[in-house]
Write a protein that binds this ligand. Sequence first.
Ligand code: ACO
Length: 710
Amino acid sequence: MCPTTKNPTKNLAIESLFNPKTVAVLGASRNAGKIGYKVCENIVNGGYEGKLYPVNPNGGEVLGHKIYENIASINDEIDLAILTVPAKFVMNSVKECVSHGKVKNLAIITSGFAEIGNEEEEEEIVRVAREGGIRVLGPNIFGVYSAKAKLNSTFAAGEIPAGNVAIITQSGAIGIAMIGKTKVENIGLSTIISCGNKADIDDNDLLEYLATDDSTHAIMMYIEGIQNGDKLVPLLKKLSKAKPLVVIKSGRSERGAQAAQSHTASLAGSDEVFDAVAKQCGIIRADSLEEGLQWCKYLVTSPPLKGKECVIITNGGGVGVMGTDACEKYGIPMYDDQKELEKAFKSVCPDFGSLKNPVDITGGATPEDYDHCLDAALNNDKIHSVICLGCETAVLTGSSFKSIVQKQTAQYRNKKPLVFSLVGGEEMENAIRELRREDAPIYNDVEPAVACLGTLYSYTNFKNTKEQTLVDPPVDIPAIKEIIAKVKADNRTFLLTEEAQAVMKAADIAVPQNRVESSADAAAKAATEIGYPVVMKIVSKDIIHKSDAGGLALNLKNEAEVKAAYNQIMTNCKKHMPNADLKGVEVVEMVDIDVETIVSARRDNSFGPTVMFGLGGIYVEVLKDITFRAFPLSEKEILEMIESIKSYQLLKGARGKNPKDITAAVDAIAKVGKILKEIPEITDVELNPIILNDEGKGVRAVDVRILLAE
Ligand code: ACO
């Protein structure tokens, strides 16, 4: 578990962490095999221009720098103190830093805290540091690299290339591996920072800083779990408008999530919720390190997308079809103005080629034919991006095509996005590797190339969406709070039917007509007044699963059936739970069920209040046609949420049926979200099923379940 006792003075600027003028290494060692030596070595070899203060009680000298016996003897401000002392000495070192009085940030490399269950000491370290005005990064990290400070205070092997991609990683080992990969891929970094156990400085702090850091043009994050997600959501939305954020979130599988929990002591949230919230916030989610790094590189090197129309140029029908499929998958619209396509490519395409998109210049195409075609696409204002696909042939080889790829990459770089995908043998693969090192956007398969361009499309689409006003529907919150207070006084964590319905009334969400009666005769009278057919349900605080207890009867059409059902329900429930307190039976109008949906709000471990919408009733578990969003939301976002389920056509009125009241569904989603947001004791509000009536006729929340925190 991660510490929750964060200091109220949290918003201390962390600028000095990324641009320190002075760095102390506590645990600096003269032994070249130790981490305390490696960190000093990287700082020195990385060309750090600030002051370095190694600290070790043994004194001496390391890499030409005097070793101070303790931090107290350093008569200077310390912007960043890096701890490489064993866990048992960390607390003492932190106290020494506090006593020094001029330490601003601590980066604790040392392991052995919350990740192995030692939360208490970790919390204490943060408390002591924060009381001394010091921010803490880690513990359990590999250090910090910051290009602007020329500071490599990690214990990674070798140098880190400077550039404009920032990497935040929860896992130190993955971070070190990524440093190696960025070198292979020729990706320059503005910073790479591992946040380990996130005892104090967390993703929110780092993203907030990077959002406004001019030297960072794209951010890649590796995360296992999220804390303070409700605060993270607005920050992510804002950040994704400013620069692309590519996230690799592990723990997709249930076992993976468990491993993540024990790995860095974080709570991995439900992956479905993460996926949906990521989309909502404009996050680009990658599945692998390779994918994430390639996307970041493409996003920082590609010119901006100024329109939507994409053209594929190919020498083979097969890869053309693969490219078309991938375009659909990644939301890239294919340009299909046939007249314009002919105008653009007629003079550069052989007569037996195809001027439809994909433009097929056939298997005989030479590098020069590609060159002419790419020139034509570049000079046509109606074409906004180009996917250039090629299969190796005798007239199109890696070496013969190389110079054209170089020339066109340079030509396109400031004008419009371009990707190449070349498929072939070893010679082609070698050429691709070399071209990639020169930053050409070239891949050895169709899908990765199109996926890269797809990330630019999704980032641009999100960036261009206008900010919407968040919903704030009228809900009588004080009335609901009163109901909750009574439930709590009764020592219950769930609401009885009539209480849940009273909550619905306070939110003005319609429920079926109903009455609670305590005799068969009264039930029959109520049914006659409501109108047949009716449904009958047991009312008891002791029975939650009514049908399991035989406490439910459907489609009762007359007085006789109602009376018989009343007696049967009572007999069943007494047998099921002899000591249950049976208050009576609820007689409910039987709603005409056309399309059952589910609207629910949950307090998610990671993101706080989240809402869910989908096909309801028994279909929830079977079809799982559901979608999530973090609350609060705009009306447009809720509408998009409803439109995103696979069964949306059913709601629009498939096969001659009337369209359903989607406006009322939007209203219900907004209201359950607000209830959860405003009343912290409530953990779940589930309307399942909620029937969407025909357009203009509202909704009926047939079954309402409201749960409180234990
Ligand atoms: N002040 C300054 N220096 C001190 C103090 C002190 N109060 N106390 C001890 N030291 C010195 C020691 O004298 C020693 O220096 P020496 O070589 O001159 O004797 C130095 O600190 C280191 O102490 P050691 O006992 O030699 O510890 P060692 O270097 O073996 O390990 C370390 C320390 C690296 C912090 C280890 O405890 C640890 O946590 N390792 C894991 C780090 C890690 O993996 N981090 C996670 C993220 S990265 C990833 O996942 C790959």
